[in-house]
Design a protein around this ligand. Sequence first.
Ligand code: ADP
Ligand code: GLC
Length: 502
Amino acid sequence: MAAKTKKSEKNRSILMISSEMVPFAKTGGLADVVGSLPIELAKLGMDVRVVIPRYYSIDPAKWDLSPTLSSMGVWMGGELEWCSVYQTRIRDMVTVYFIEHHGFFGRDGLYHDAFMNDFLDNPRRFAFLTRAALQLAIDLEFQPDVVHAHDWQTALAPAYLKTWFGNHPILGNAASVLTIHNAAYQGVYPKHHFPYIGLDWKHFHADAFESYDYINFLKGGIYFADLVNTVSPGYAREITSPHGGFRLAPYLSNKGENFFGILNGVDYADWSPENDKMIPQSFSTSDPEGKRVCKRQLQKHFCLDEDPKIPIFAAIGRFVDQKGFNLLAPAIERALDTMLMQFVILGSGDPGLQEFFGRLPGKYPGRAGSHIGYDIALSHLIEAGADFFLMPSLYEPCGLNQLYSLRYGTLPIVRATGGLGDTVENYAEATGEGTGFTFNNADASALYSTIGWANSTWWDRPAHIKKMRERAMRQDFSWDKSSAQYQETYEKIIAAKRKRDG
Ligand code: ADP
Ligand code: GLC
């Protein structure tokens, strides 16, 4: 059994619950954040424990998982649901627990099947994960000062804490934080799942879990959490504006000073051209030669003409509405028709877009490359070898690829929304200042013009490209500032809770 933790300010105990975490299970940026934030918090002296599912794809041997509890009973909807728990340590700083339940997590895919159909039992799977994480803290006698939940999947944690465990000897002291990585995904499900979730029907009302007679996990989480944050100040402003927030704006605004944005950090141990093990040659501002080698390798990989002079425009991401690939498709085709450039893309999702991008290499041989799928090593090579990185997102809570791109001197071309607007400084043609190219209108012609602007800068003002590249590579989006903000945030809610509880 774990020893009870001390309560000094430096040694706060944090229980983090998430559905994804690098390096174990990832579909997007949530995994990157949960993979690195706990380590940064541990560096500040905190005892951080993370709980994630033991998905079928997580190989116990590969990650050196050791058994923690052979069977743990979790009360769900008035009956006990049984699971096992495993654990491992990352970077010798953070303990990660894995909830093993074959019925819920012993299948391929995190949220949906191979045909992109969401699993129908997702509300039960993630309610169970969340409740199991709290049960684990109880069984291990790990007394968290803060329970930190991420997105709708674990948004029930604040509600369980307040309604079930308010006076509990282990959990009663815990304040709750809910981080919203994407307000569009709210976890909306038919209300017949509510009894299984195990909350009293009195919480199924319009300010908390009820939304148009459905359960809304995220909305309930917002109501019960002591503090809610999102992943950039820009996105925090957008989703509290009258038309933002996918109908959550009033509830987020209600949180007052207990809702704001903290920009994500980057784990430069994983994402930095100086020490990236996945790229053919390292490089830095003082030794830029490696970028040429990476570019050649990227051209080779996609069977593009191996000409260092031609700029490569790149994109990586989930083919979903959010990412603006519907704007990119016509814009890039027009650009390839009219400009001297190359284009590569890595991603998957919408079948129509997969087909469109999958066909581009056939239409533009030697000039366009596409990989429909998910490939982490290739994503590093693209970041390193490309010259420009395209993110025409319709909205973007933070965005990590533009931050990685900056570090690799791959100038981002972004729609100035959410975190993209907060992190990319638009090119000033008169002076050569800036770290990328931004545009505002969510339409293909605005994107096309901006690609043209970047392309003409490449050919006509190479000194500006060099200057911007160096400036981009020097930007510091490390976790230092953001983890300190999380620490401050924790202290603030711990103090408020202690005051409330007397
Ligand atoms: P989101 O979380 O909305 O997908 P982010 O920019 O925050 O967007 O993070 C996306 C993360 O997922 C990045 O680390 C990116 O490199 C990675 N990624 C997205 N699609 C792919 C893919 N097809 N192959 C490899 N990595 C991918
Ligand atoms: C979400 C957002 C993305 C953000 C990531 C990590 O998936 O779409 O913008 O960077 O979470 O916070």
